[in-house]
Design a protein around this ligand. Sequence first.
Ligand code: R5P
Length: 233
Amino acid sequence: MSDPVKTMKQEVGRAAAARVKSDSIVGLGSGSTAAYAIEYIGDRLAKGEIKNVVGVPTSFQSEVLAKQFNIPLVTLDAIDHIDVAIDGADEVDPDKNLIKGGGAAHTREKVVDSLAKEFIVVVDEGKLVDKLGSTFLLPVEVIPMAVAPVMRSLAKLGGKPELRMGVKKAGPVVTDQGNLVIDVKFDHIKNPAEMEKEINNLPGVLENGIFVGVADIIMVGKIVDGKPEIVEF
Ligand SMILES: O=C[C@H](O)[C@H](O)[C@H](O)COP(=O)(O)O
Protein backbone atom coordinates (compact mmCIF):
# COMPACT_ATOMS: atom_id res chain seq x y z
CA MET A 1 0.00 0.00 0.00
CA SER A 2 1.36 3.45 -0.86
CA ASP A 3 2.34 5.85 1.90
CA PRO A 4 0.18 9.02 1.59
CA VAL A 5 2.78 11.34 3.15
CA LYS A 6 5.42 10.06 0.74
CA THR A 7 3.02 10.56 -2.18
CA MET A 8 2.28 14.17 -1.10
CA LYS A 9 6.00 14.95 -0.76
CA GLN A 10 6.78 13.39 -4.12
CA GLU A 11 4.00 15.22 -5.96
CA VAL A 12 4.74 18.62 -4.47
CA GLY A 13 8.49 18.24 -5.00
CA ARG A 14 7.91 17.38 -8.63
CA ALA A 15 5.38 20.19 -9.13
CA ALA A 16 7.92 22.74 -7.89
CA ALA A 17 10.70 21.26 -10.02
CA ALA A 18 8.41 21.57 -13.07
CA ARG A 19 8.65 25.38 -12.62
CA VAL A 20 12.41 25.50 -13.06
CA LYS A 21 13.30 27.25 -16.31
CA SER A 22 16.31 26.93 -18.62
CA ASP A 23 19.26 29.25 -17.96
CA SER A 24 18.60 29.54 -14.26
CA ILE A 25 20.46 29.24 -10.98
CA VAL A 26 18.50 27.10 -8.52
CA GLY A 27 18.85 26.81 -4.75
CA LEU A 28 18.59 23.11 -3.90
CA GLY A 29 16.91 22.51 -0.55
CA SER A 30 17.44 19.75 2.00
CA GLY A 31 15.20 17.05 3.42
CA SER A 32 12.97 14.35 1.97
CA THR A 33 10.59 16.66 0.05
CA ALA A 34 13.29 18.81 -1.55
CA ALA A 35 15.04 15.55 -2.52
CA TYR A 36 12.16 14.74 -4.91
CA ALA A 37 12.53 18.19 -6.48
CA ILE A 38 16.27 17.64 -6.99
CA GLU A 39 15.64 14.24 -8.55
CA TYR A 40 13.06 15.68 -10.95
CA ILE A 41 15.24 18.67 -11.94
CA GLY A 42 17.93 16.09 -12.81
CA ASP A 43 15.37 14.12 -14.84
CA ARG A 44 14.28 17.18 -16.78
CA LEU A 45 17.90 18.12 -17.53
CA ALA A 46 18.65 14.57 -18.69
CA LYS A 47 15.61 14.60 -21.02
CA GLY A 48 16.64 17.99 -22.44
CA GLU A 49 13.41 19.62 -21.24
CA ILE A 50 15.52 22.33 -19.60
CA LYS A 51 19.09 23.41 -20.32
CA ASN A 52 21.85 25.38 -18.65
CA VAL A 53 20.58 24.98 -15.09
CA VAL A 54 23.03 25.09 -12.20
CA GLY A 55 22.33 24.37 -8.55
CA VAL A 56 23.47 25.83 -5.25
CA PRO A 57 23.24 23.11 -2.57
CA THR A 58 21.99 23.92 0.94
CA SER A 59 23.64 20.90 2.62
CA PHE A 60 25.95 17.96 2.24
CA GLN A 61 22.81 15.90 1.51
CA SER A 62 21.62 18.10 -1.37
CA GLU A 63 25.15 18.27 -2.81
CA VAL A 64 25.36 14.47 -2.90
CA LEU A 65 21.90 14.19 -4.48
CA ALA A 66 22.63 16.87 -7.09
CA LYS A 67 25.80 15.03 -8.10
CA GLN A 68 23.87 11.75 -8.26
CA PHE A 69 21.33 13.35 -10.63
CA ASN A 70 24.01 15.16 -12.69
CA ILE A 71 22.99 18.72 -11.80
CA PRO A 72 26.03 21.01 -12.21
CA LEU A 73 26.79 22.89 -8.99
CA VAL A 74 28.16 26.34 -8.22
CA THR A 75 29.18 28.03 -4.98
CA LEU A 76 28.05 31.45 -3.85
CA ASP A 77 31.48 32.87 -4.75
CA ALA A 78 30.81 32.22 -8.42
CA ILE A 79 27.36 33.82 -8.79
CA ASP A 80 25.67 37.10 -7.92
CA HIS A 81 22.06 35.88 -7.70
CA ILE A 82 19.83 32.83 -7.36
CA ASP A 83 16.71 32.71 -9.54
CA VAL A 84 14.65 30.27 -7.56
CA ALA A 85 15.12 28.12 -4.46
CA ILE A 86 13.02 25.04 -3.69
CA ASP A 87 13.14 23.80 -0.12
CA GLY A 88 11.02 21.96 2.44
CA ALA A 89 9.90 23.08 5.91
CA ASP A 90 8.88 21.53 9.22
CA GLU A 91 6.12 24.05 9.98
CA VAL A 92 4.43 26.76 7.89
CA ASP A 93 2.07 29.38 9.37
CA PRO A 94 -0.60 31.35 7.44
CA ASP A 95 1.84 34.31 7.05
CA LYS A 96 4.39 32.04 5.30
CA ASN A 97 6.68 32.04 8.32
CA LEU A 98 8.55 28.77 8.68
CA ILE A 99 10.36 26.51 11.08
CA LYS A 100 13.17 24.64 9.35
CA GLY A 101 16.14 22.55 10.45
CA GLY A 102 14.63 19.14 11.14
CA GLY A 103 17.65 17.85 9.24
CA ALA A 104 20.00 20.37 10.90
CA ALA A 105 20.50 22.17 7.59
CA HIS A 106 18.72 25.47 8.40
CA THR A 107 21.84 27.68 8.53
CA ARG A 108 22.92 27.09 4.94
CA GLU A 109 19.29 26.93 3.87
CA LYS A 110 18.65 30.42 5.26
CA VAL A 111 21.63 31.79 3.33
CA VAL A 112 20.59 30.24 0.02
CA ASP A 113 16.79 30.61 0.35
CA SER A 114 17.11 34.29 1.36
CA LEU A 115 19.21 35.06 -1.71
CA ALA A 116 16.67 33.60 -4.14
CA LYS A 117 14.49 35.97 -6.17
CA GLU A 118 11.72 33.41 -5.62
CA PHE A 119 11.69 30.95 -2.75
CA ILE A 120 9.20 28.09 -3.21
CA VAL A 121 8.46 26.02 -0.09
CA VAL A 122 7.34 22.44 -0.68
CA VAL A 123 5.42 20.68 2.10
CA ASP A 124 2.78 18.05 2.72
CA GLU A 125 -0.37 19.32 4.41
CA GLY A 126 0.73 17.96 7.80
CA LYS A 127 3.22 20.85 8.02
CA LEU A 128 0.57 23.60 8.11
CA VAL A 129 0.04 25.16 11.57
CA ASP A 130 -1.79 28.21 12.93
CA LYS A 131 1.17 29.23 15.11
CA LEU A 132 4.83 28.25 14.79
CA GLY A 133 6.01 25.95 17.56
CA SER A 134 2.70 24.06 17.70
CA THR A 135 4.09 20.70 16.73
CA PHE A 136 7.80 21.04 16.02
CA LEU A 137 10.79 21.84 18.23
CA LEU A 138 12.78 24.90 17.12
CA PRO A 139 16.31 23.95 15.97
CA VAL A 140 19.14 26.26 17.06
CA GLU A 141 22.68 25.72 15.73
CA VAL A 142 25.28 26.52 18.41
CA ILE A 143 29.07 26.37 18.52
CA PRO A 144 30.05 23.44 20.79
CA MET A 145 31.69 25.43 23.63
CA ALA A 146 28.58 27.58 24.09
CA VAL A 147 25.98 24.80 24.44
CA ALA A 148 25.48 25.08 28.23
CA PRO A 149 25.04 28.88 28.46
CA VAL A 150 22.83 28.96 25.36
CA MET A 151 20.61 26.23 26.85
CA ARG A 152 20.22 28.30 30.03
CA SER A 153 19.35 31.41 28.01
CA LEU A 154 16.79 29.50 25.93
CA ALA A 155 15.14 28.27 29.13
CA LYS A 156 14.97 31.90 30.35
CA LEU A 157 13.15 32.76 27.09
CA GLY A 158 10.48 30.20 28.09
CA GLY A 159 11.72 27.25 26.07
CA LYS A 160 12.54 23.66 27.01
CA PRO A 161 15.90 23.02 25.32
CA GLU A 162 17.46 19.66 24.57
CA LEU A 163 20.67 18.78 22.77
CA ARG A 164 19.91 16.84 19.58
CA MET A 165 21.40 13.36 19.75
CA GLY A 166 22.23 11.13 16.78
CA VAL A 167 20.05 8.17 15.93
CA LYS A 168 22.72 5.71 14.85
CA LYS A 169 25.60 7.80 16.22
CA ALA A 170 26.68 7.64 19.86
CA GLY A 171 26.70 11.35 20.76
CA PRO A 172 25.20 14.57 19.46
CA VAL A 173 24.28 15.45 15.89
CA VAL A 174 27.05 17.51 14.27
CA THR A 175 26.02 20.00 11.56
CA ASP A 176 27.69 20.51 8.16
CA GLN A 177 29.56 23.39 9.85
CA GLY A 178 30.82 21.19 12.72
CA ASN A 179 28.43 22.65 15.30
CA LEU A 180 25.71 21.18 17.54
CA VAL A 181 21.92 21.61 17.50
CA ILE A 182 19.68 22.46 20.44
CA ASP A 183 15.99 21.70 19.84
CA VAL A 184 13.67 23.94 21.84
CA LYS A 185 10.04 23.32 22.73
CA PHE A 186 8.06 26.56 22.91
CA ASP A 187 4.33 26.58 23.58
CA HIS A 188 3.57 28.57 20.42
CA ILE A 189 5.89 31.30 19.20
CA LYS A 190 3.85 34.51 19.56
CA ASN A 191 6.11 36.82 17.58
CA PRO A 192 8.31 34.82 15.15
CA ALA A 193 10.24 37.88 13.88
CA GLU A 194 11.21 38.95 17.41
CA MET A 195 12.03 35.43 18.52
CA GLU A 196 14.23 34.83 15.48
CA LYS A 197 16.31 37.92 16.30
CA GLU A 198 16.37 37.37 20.05
CA ILE A 199 17.73 33.83 19.73
CA ASN A 200 20.28 34.79 17.08
CA ASN A 201 21.57 37.50 19.46
CA LEU A 202 22.62 34.94 22.08
CA PRO A 203 26.44 34.66 22.01
CA GLY A 204 27.44 31.31 20.52
CA VAL A 205 24.29 30.87 18.40
CA LEU A 206 25.02 30.58 14.70
CA GLU A 207 21.44 30.46 13.38
CA ASN A 208 17.96 29.33 14.40
CA GLY A 209 15.29 27.68 12.27
CA ILE A 210 12.69 30.49 12.21
CA PHE A 211 12.36 31.95 8.70
CA VAL A 212 10.34 35.19 8.57
CA GLY A 213 9.68 37.03 5.31
CA VAL A 214 11.76 34.63 3.23
CA ALA A 215 9.17 32.36 1.60
CA ASP A 216 7.35 33.63 -1.50
CA ILE A 217 5.19 30.67 -2.46
CA ILE A 218 4.02 27.75 -0.33
CA MET A 219 3.13 24.66 -2.37
CA VAL A 220 1.19 22.11 -0.35
CA GLY A 221 0.72 18.47 -1.28
CA LYS A 222 -2.66 17.06 -0.22
CA ILE A 223 -4.64 13.91 -0.71
CA VAL A 224 -8.22 14.70 -1.75
CA ASP A 225 -10.65 11.82 -2.34
CA GLY A 226 -7.71 9.45 -2.46
CA LYS A 227 -5.90 11.49 -5.14
CA PRO A 228 -2.86 13.79 -4.77
CA GLU A 229 -3.53 17.50 -5.29
CA ILE A 230 -1.37 20.61 -5.00
CA VAL A 231 -2.61 23.90 -3.58
CA GLU A 232 -0.55 27.03 -3.11
CA PHE A 233 -0.64 30.33 -1.29
O1 R5P B 1 17.14 20.78 7.95
C1 R5P B 1 16.30 20.34 7.18
C2 R5P B 1 15.38 21.16 6.40
O2 R5P B 1 15.02 22.38 6.96
C3 R5P B 1 14.21 20.44 5.76
O3 R5P B 1 13.84 21.19 4.65
C4 R5P B 1 13.01 20.27 6.68
O4 R5P B 1 13.41 19.59 7.85
C5 R5P B 1 11.86 19.51 6.00
O5 R5P B 1 12.26 18.20 5.70
P1 R5P B 1 11.28 17.12 5.10
O6 R5P B 1 10.90 17.58 3.73
O7 R5P B 1 12.09 15.85 5.09
O8 R5P B 1 10.11 16.99 6.02
